[in-house]
Design a protein. Structure first.
Length: 134
């Protein structure tokens, strides 16, 4: 069910044996992602429940779901890029059908993120699902 972009990340993770390399890859994904302009970093786009500052901006066009995001923490910015790879470009009706926890588990992220980061990822997924449903 995952997108091609997410499958590419999963393949790269399979290739990288060391978790330091995987973390570096997540950070690189975040660096490569376009950030949000300051005008979009407002309370309406801020995700509560994250230890870092996180903003998600939905970009739903017709039935296709997309979002952009940003964070003040590089690893979190990379996690936003991973979630964007998982969700962007799919029909918004399919967003709720994706088991993000299982997909992130394929990458091993569930076991290698701190409790705070895991809570933040959960909060981002909840926001993504709410926007797609609304």
């Amino acid at each position: 069910m995952a997108t091609e972009a997410f499958e590419d990340i999963a393949e790269t993770f399979d290739f990288l044996d060391d978790w330091e390399d995987r973390y570096r890859h997540v950070i690189e994904l975040g660096k490569a992602m376009d950030g949000l302009e300051d005008a979009f970093k407002v309370p309406a786009t801020k995700v509560d429940g994250c230890a870092s500052q996180v903003w998600l901006l939905p970009d739903v066009q017709g039935e296709t779901f997309r979002f952009r995001g940003d964070s003040d923490a590089m690893i979190v910015r990379g996690l936003i890029a991973v979630l964007a790879a998982l969700y962007n470009g799919i029909p918004k009706i399919e967003v709720a059908q994706i088991d993000a926890h299982a997909e992130l588990g394929r990458l091993g992220l569930n076991d290698h993120l701190s409790a705070q980061r895991s809570n933040g990822v959960r909060a981002m997924i909840e926001r993504i699902r709410a926007v797609a449903a609304g």
